[in-house]
Design a protein around this ligand. Structure first.
Ligand SMILES: [Zn+2]
Length: 241
């Protein structure tokens, strides 16, 4: 039986001489692996719809017991051209896809699509990444506590964001913890990004959230709890070094 599904290519691994296995993130089947014959042949009619970051319609024969499905045809919906032409956006999109491959949430596909569509046209690429990171943390059950002090629950006198404690810390608790303190303005930004989602993405632009410092902090939460090493994060760090 033929199945047609819309999805976004998040990973590609070369296979044999001319073939490849791509990972496609879909709303319907979660993540699927598709075997693409003739991936490296420029004459292959599927070549333009199976590149990383491509959103396409994929037609394949679904075999529930197989590790990967054989792609029949793919037709391009959105190639996210704006991402591919800019080094920062390319590194950010790579990191987003890498995280999407390891953290899966209920809103997983919508968040991934929301992030790449926005990244394609925005002049605030780090705001998009930070918003995606906040969603990924929530999906992984690691949402940053920005509602009050992570230790005593107090909502007044918040002075620090602490990875070790899972979120905000108040001045009383910090008397013995001695976590490095943050400016109130920075903590306000951390709260906004962690309260937002892609449905309100338009409203959080121009608020100073296009910041790699926020990315660093959210990545610290993600990597300390997941104990994962995201390869594309390293290129982003050197870009901002
Ligand atoms: Zn406290």
């Amino acid at each position: 039986m033929n199945d047609k599904v819309r999805g976004i290519v998040i990973k590609q691994i070369d296979y044999k001489d001319n073939d490849a296995i791509i990972t496609v993130y879909t709303g319907e089947y979660d993540r699927i692996s598709l075997y693409v014959r003739g991936y490296k042949k420029i004459t292959s009619r599927n070549v333009y719809a199976t590149q990383i970051f491509d959103e396409s319609d994929f037609l394949f024969d679904y075999n529930p017991v197989s590790k990967f499905q054989t792609l029949k045809t793919a037709s391009l919906v959105n190639e996210h051209k704006g991402i591919k032409g800019d080094y920062d956006r390319l590194a950010i999109a790579s990191l987003i896809c890498e995280i999407a491959d390891s953290v899966y949430g209920e809103q997983g596909y919508e968040d991934l699509k929301g992030a790449l569509d926005l990244l394609d046209e925005t002049d605030e690429p780090y705001t998009v990444l930070n918003l995606f990171l906040a969603q990924a943390l929530r999906a992984a059950g690691l949402g940053v506590n920005v509602d009050g002090c992570s230790l005593c629950g107090k909502t007044e006198g918040i002075v620090a964001l602490s990875v070790e404690d899972g979120g905000f810390i108040c001045s009383d608790c910090n008397l013995h913890l001695h976590r490095p303190v943050n400016e109130a303005e920075y903590l306000r930004k951390i709260r906004i990004i962690n309260k937002a989602d892609f449905s309100v993405a338009g409203k959080i632009m121009k608020l100073g959230l296009n910041s790699f410092q926020i990315t660093r902090d959210l990545m610290s939460f993600l990597t300390s709890y997941l104990d994962a090493d995201f390869r594309s994060y390293r290129s982003l760090v050197s870009l901002n070094g």
